[in-house]
Design a protein around this ligand. Structure first.
Ligand SMILES: [Zn+2]
Length: 424
């Protein structure tokens, strides 16, 4: 989830950049002290963005991770749900930390307006819909922008200190901490191109006993207009703004699908959340994506297990032989099961699974857990009426599951858990 880069020191002189550019195209020649994992995940320089991204890797922040993108040529497989924790929807905040965001128009450029435009257009977009196969909605609401004119440290203060600062900032603005919020903090601190450098990360922290979700994003340019050009746009947005928006999209997607950086969706080997596996992977044929508000951005793909299983999509940014990065999707089928949670012998019970998203027509298969035996009216409609015939000797938990498939072959299996009682 961290975006890392390798290179020299922060000082962005022409000479430094010259060395850096050399390293980008000759990863095996990187000086030993700069090699680490970053150099081992260099991808073929088949596309200009791929070349420009250099050795960017994502690091997970907790014990599941370490570096993403360790040297391997093997498939690392699908994302797996762990406990399946996701954010059903998000409320986004753009927080600009450091006086330069307000006072330095050259530094600010079009970054703030671009980020606002991204957040405003993300919700309901086909880009956001790529995440719905993991159970979330594409609902995301841009709440507000906060200009934080306190001086930002010229480095990553760490997740906990960032969280404390964020919590105090929310207090000072009278904003209650929100579990569903994505607080994106854009610091005036620069991305540092060293072996452990990274462009951003996300994490969870606690604010007044509420778990909240933060991200820290570094700027990759400098006041002297040095431009690392991780993303080449220069059509709709400056490259520096496009880069920040791209990393924002990466961290937002990962916050939605792995909000606590532990219990959500990430690759089975513990390396790579939904954004990591497609880090800086753009749609080669149509790199500019239109969001729900009509804004256009060059955005990296997000990992789709469905695309992976179908061997479609763009390649994993770190494992070119593994496909699964997608840029657009129809909303995944979505439904919940409702019905009685107390189930009595010889009593007819009807369950239903109204669909709230997906592509019709739908097919249904209903299941109920043993040891119950039952008669049923149908297993292929949106409702399921059954009568319990066999007596259960004691209170027995049951599960009613609706396996629903939409016209695109997308499937969901919502379930309801209740209790069956002996007789009545
Ligand atoms: Zn990531």
């Amino acid at each position: 989830m961290k975006v890392a880069q390798f290179g020299m020191m922060l000082a962005a002189t022409t000479a430094t950049l010259s060395i850096y550019a050399c390293e980008k195209s000759n990863p095996t020649e990187v000086a030993p002290e700069t090699r680490v994992e970053a150099s081992s995940v260099m991808t073929p320089a088949s596309a200009s963005d791929r070349m420009q991204k250099g050795g960017i890797v994502m690091m997970r922040r907790t014990a599941n991770g370490g570096f993403d993108g360790g040297a391997t040529s093997s498939s690392r497989g699908p994302l797996t749900p762990h406990s399946g924790l996701i954010l059903d929807h998000t409320n986004t905040y753009a927080i600009f930390w450091g006086p330069a965001w307000s006072t330095n128009s050259q530094f600010r450029g079009d970054k703030i307006t671009s980020i606002q435009s991204f957040f405003s257009g993300f919700g309901g977009s086909n880009y956001a819909n790529t995440l719905t196969e993991y159970g979330t909605t594409s609902q995301s609401t841009f709440v507000t922008t906060i200009m934080d004119n306190s001086v930002a440290p010229n480095f990553d203060p760490g997740s906990a200190i960032l969280g404390g600062h964020l919590c105090a900032l929310l207090d000072s603005h009278g904003i209650a901490p929100d579990y569903y919020a994505f607080y994106a903090v854009y610091t005036t601190a620069r991305y540092i191109p060293n072996p452990n450098g990274y462009l951003g990360y996300h994490d969870k922290v606690t604010c007044h006993n509420v778990t909240i979700h933060e991200a820290l994003l570094f700027t990759a340019d400098s006041v002297s207009s040095t431009d690392f050009s991780f993303v080449t746009d220069n059509i709709y947005h400056s490259n520096n703004a496009a880069e920040l928006v791209n990393v924002t999209a990466h961290e937002l997607a990962e916050t939605i699908t792995d909000p606590d950086v532990s219990s959500g969706w990430y690759a089975i080997d513990g390396k790579g959340e939904v954004g990591d596996k497609c880090n800086f992977t753009f749609n080669s044929s149509a790199p500019f994506l239109t969001l729900h508000n009509g804004s256009v951005f060059k955005l990296q793909g997000e990992w789709s297990n469905t695309a992976f299983y179908n061997a479609t999509g763009a390649p994993n940014g770190n494992v070119p032989t593994e496909k699964g990065c997608v840029f657009s999707s129809a909303p995944w089928v979505r439904a919940t099961v409702s019905g009685p949670i107390v189930f009595k012998q010889s009593q007819q019970s009807t369950f239903s699974a109204p669909i709230t998203a997906g592509t019709p027509p739908y097919t249904y298969i209903w299941q109920i857990s043993s040891p119950l035996t039952f008669g049923y009216s149908s297993t292929t409609s949106s409702t399921f009426t059954i009568t319990l015939y066999s007596s259960v000797p004691t209170q027995t938990q049951y599960t009613v599951t609706a396996i629903i498939t939409d016209a695109l072959g997308h499937q969901i299996s919502p379930r309801l858990v209740g209790n069956a009682y002996p007789g009545f």
